[in-house]
Design a protein around this ligand. Structure first.
Ligand code: ADP
Length: 710
């Protein structure tokens, strides 16, 4: 189990102890190896020194691995492993006196060292705070390889030509592979060091320094080996390996920072510099190579071509890398900006959704809830997460009044998703988690993907209208009670006024007569209004009894015509009957006459004196359509439907000028709809209005006796 790092104070103490130990060891072995000890004793000293320093580096790395976490932990573990493998290699080398032995193709010590170097390279790739892609790691390794080869090339030309001379199969490891791996390792360490910021930098710097010292020593070893093939342990060169190990040990004891290093602090992909270094070294290598071969090479055509080749390739690569970096930086900035915008938008939407009092939920194309706002969930008695993912219709859309589940396919959610229909102001009954129901008014709209134009689901906004319904009910009840209570005294007032006006108590003086007449008219208007209110209440509560029988259409029109003749005459409007309709219609006589007289009354009231109101009827299939057409002021298109609501008038002055109450059309529609019929208006401003009332035609052979009662 990893144990956390010790306190900063203890870490400092550890570093001091390790530092003192490292210096002591380095000094001791420097003294011993430069002393006049004989070769055998010096070789033994070397072996002991390598073992001690190697063990110190290995155990230090292992301890550091225990303190660390994540990638760093893996890096230090691999370094400890590499240390172990390398010590074994060194010990073997010292013991077997390098060279093929035991009949193996390669010296086991060389194999061990090569393995240790590879493990170290692998460990370095975990060292970085910047998460690297595989390609990035591969590029880094290739950089190392190119640099390694270039350095070897330089070394081969400048220092030891033997490298290029025939290398025996058994020497490939020690003379080519190991030096190459050494340079790769040192290069990768340097590249990483350059890209690393923060607390890791010092530790990584020591690691890099350790590897560089180690590499130089290995190169020295390779040179000696190549020169005369008589390398022996026990020379000051061995100090290089020891110092390499000691630097690694110190790196392991370097205090860890407690600060978390933000990713941005690492320098990801500093391609410009890397490219410049890689190609610079390559260029130097080529120059050395070309000039080294022939004395006159510097200005030879071959030399120039090589220089152009490498220089041009390097420049091209550099430019591409630079361009890429700019591109990436711009893209990153862009993405960062957009992400911030999106987050902000998301937060605003969330605040919006959670602060509205109405319930809002979204569904996918299958009708499953994708989101619901807190008010919505509370109204339904669920937690937000309990609703998400569940089918909205099945879960809380109440069945119809007869108890039969309402088909999901006909639900407004399905319609919104399937047919992109927006349902506005529809009423529904929702079921709460506890089984109780409550009336809601909903608006359902499809959720359309603005880019593809596809429907991705739907959004439903719902409002609990329990209270509104209750207020409506109380208002209606109040109106009906008041109306009932008013009707009796009003009847008596009207009766008394009628008697007075009729001269029962003698002829009234002129001003008194006029006053009584005005009072009589007002009380009659009041009575009409009260009757209207009571009618409406009856219609809405469903208690309006209808006696539906077949009646001649023409008769109905004639009666209505007669009833309204007085009003028409007083307004100088002519009522004209157009072509008759010999059919019969199924209707409650009085109620349909009442509806017709209301439509005719409106037509007369809103016509100019001298104009004509036409009454007519036509048969349309199974229906009879009765029409009242005027040439009056007309009705604005946006009011055509709303004036069917109670107390609604086009102009609030209508109530004064025309003496209406705004209840006529509401009653008319109520009556006709109770018949299963329809009433509607068509109008053009300044041209006139046609009111149509359609009812079911009575079968041709039917008689008064076979009528149905609704
Ligand atoms: P009332 O006539 O008692 O006011 P209605 O419900 O019958 O109530 O009519 C509502 C309103 O519709 C009227 O006040 C008027 O503004 C308008 N309206 C109805 N019929 C016509 C018509 N034929 N021409 C113009 N406006 C009309």
């Amino acid at each position: 189990m990893p144990s956390g790092p010790p306190t900063a104070g203890r870490q400092r103490t550890h570093l001091v102890v390790a530092g003192v130990l490292a210096i002591a060891l380095a000094l001791t072995f420097t003294l011993l190896l430069t002393s006049s000890l004989d070769q055998g004793a010096r070789a033994t000293t070397s072996a002991v020194g390598l073992l001690l320093t190697g063990l110190l580096a290995t155990s230090s790395s292992a301890v550091r691995a225990r303190w660390s976490t994540g990638g760093r932990r893996r890096a230090w573990r691999l370094l400890a492993l590499a240390g172990l493998v390398a010590i074994s290699g060194n010990v073997l080398g010292a013991a077997l006196d390098s060279g093929p032995a035991l009949g193996l193709p390669f010296a086991p010590s060389d194999v061990a060292i090569a393995l240790a170097l590879m493990t170290s390279i692998a460990s370095l790739t975990y060292f970085t705070q910047v998460t690297r892609s595989r390609v990035d790691l591969a590029v880094m390794a290739l950089d190392g390889l190119i640099l390694g080869s270039a350095v070897l090339m330089i070394a081969a030309t400048v220092v030891y030509d033997q490298l290029k001379a025939d290398v025996g199969a058994d020497e490939v490891l020690s003379r080519v592979v190991i030096p190459l791996l050494d340079v790769v390792l040192a290069t990768v360490a340097l590249i990483l060091l350059r890209r690393t910021r923060g607390p890791d930098r010092f530790a990584l710097g020591l690691v890099a320094a350790g590897f560089i010292v180690y590499t130089m020593t290995d190169l020295g070893y390779a040179v000696r080996q190549a020169e005369d093939g008589t390398f022996a342990f026990g020379t000051p060169l061995d100090l290089g390996w020891m110092v390499g190990y000691l630097l690694l040990a110190l790196a392991a004891w370097w205090p860890t920072g407690t600060r978390e290093v933000p990713r941005e602090e690492g320098v990801a992909g500093a391609e410009d510099w890397d490219t410049a270094v890689v190609f610079g070294v390559l260029l130097v290598a080529v120059m050395v190579e070309v000039t080294g071969e022939g004395g006159e090479g510097l200005f030879s055509i071959e030399a120039a071509l090589w220089l152009f080749l490498i220089g041009g390739a390097g420049l091209r690569q550099g430019l591409i890398a630079r361009d890429n970096r700019h591109l990436r930086r711009n893209l990153e900035d862009d993405v960062r900006e957009r992400t911030a915008d999106l987050r902000q938008m998301g937060r605003e939407t969330e605040v919006l959704l959670s602060s509205v009092a109405d319930g809002i939920y979204g569904v996918d194309t299958e009708g499953r809830v994708t989101f619901v706002n807190p008010s919505g969930a509370t109204m339904l008695g669920y937690a937000v997460e309990d609703l998400t993912g569940r089918p909205a219709h099945e879960l809380f859309h109440a069945p119809a009044e007869d108890g039969i589940p309402f088909p999901a396919a006909d639900c407004y959610i399905a319609e919104a998703v399937r047919e992109r229909v927006v349902s506005n102001g529809e009423e529904d009954l929702y079921v709460r988690a506890d089984g109780g129901t409550f009336p809601v008014e909903i608006t359902a709209s499809p959720l359309v993907d603005t880019e593809t134009g596809e429907v991705r689901g739907g959004v439903v906004v719902f409002r609990d209208v329990t209270q509104r319904r209750e207020v409506d009910r109380m208002k209606n009840e109040f109106l009906s009670v008041v109306s009932h209570e008013l009707r009796t005294p009003l009847t008596s007032i009207r009766g008394s006024l009628g008697l007075l006006a009729g001269g029962v108590l003698g002829e009234l003086p002129e001003p008194a007569g006029a006053m009584v007449n005005r009072a009589l008219m007002s009380s009659e208007r009041l009575t009409r209004m009260i009757n209207d209110i009571l009618d409406l209440e009856r219609i809405e509560s469903g208690s309006l009894a209808l006696e539906v029988l077949p009646h001649d259409v023409d008769d109905l029109l004639a009666i209505a015509d007669r009833e309204m003749a007085g009003l028409a005459a007083s307004r100088e409007v002519r009522l004209v009957r157009t072509a008759g309709c010999p059919a019969r219609v199924l209707a409650d006589h009085d109620r349909i006459v009442q509806s017709l007289t209301n439509l005719i009354g409106n037509a007369v009231k809103f016509s100019d004196p001298g104009s004509v109101v036409e009454l007519g009827a036509v048969q349309d299939g199974d229906s009879i359509v009765m029409r009242v057409r005027d040439h009056g002021r007309g009705i604005p298109a946006d009011r055509m439907e709303s004036i069917f609501d109670r107390f609604e008038q086009v102009d609030s002055s209508d109530i004064r000028q025309q003496g209406g109450s705004g209840l006529g059309l509401a009653i008319c529609r109520g009556i006709v709809e109770r018949h299963g019929g329809r009433v509607w208006l068509e109008s053009e401003l300044g041209v006139g209005t046609t009111a149509s009332l359609s009812l079911q035609a009575a079968p041709a052979a039917s008689h008064a006796g076979d009528a149905a009662t609704a």
